[in-house]
Design a protein. Structure first.
Length: 80
């Protein structure tokens, strides 16, 4: 498994319908963070259907079926 050094939390779930203009990320330690979609222009350009086709990789990365870019939990924590 590929882990980011010194990062002990992971991504458990994501929700793009909870708040307008935001997406909610549930972490493995029980916390939830709300992230503005505008902070990720390529995700903002996706339709809601495409956004809901996300995949979590190794608990610390996520991507989408229609995207080649992979984001890390660190990308989320920089803007939260």
């Amino acid at each position: 498994m590929c882990k980011i050094p010194n990062v002990n939390i992971g991504i458990k779930d994501m929700d793009f319908t909870a708040r307008r203009g935001m997406f909610v990320v549930r972490l493995t330690d029980g916390r939830e963070i709300a992230v503005p979609v505008s902070m990720f222009p390529d995700i903002k350009q996706m339709s809601l259907k495409e956004r809901n086709e996300w995949m979590i990789l190794d608990d610390q990365y996520f991507t989408f079926e229609h995207m080649s870019r992979v984001y890390s939990i660190l990308d989320l924590l920089k803007v939260a």
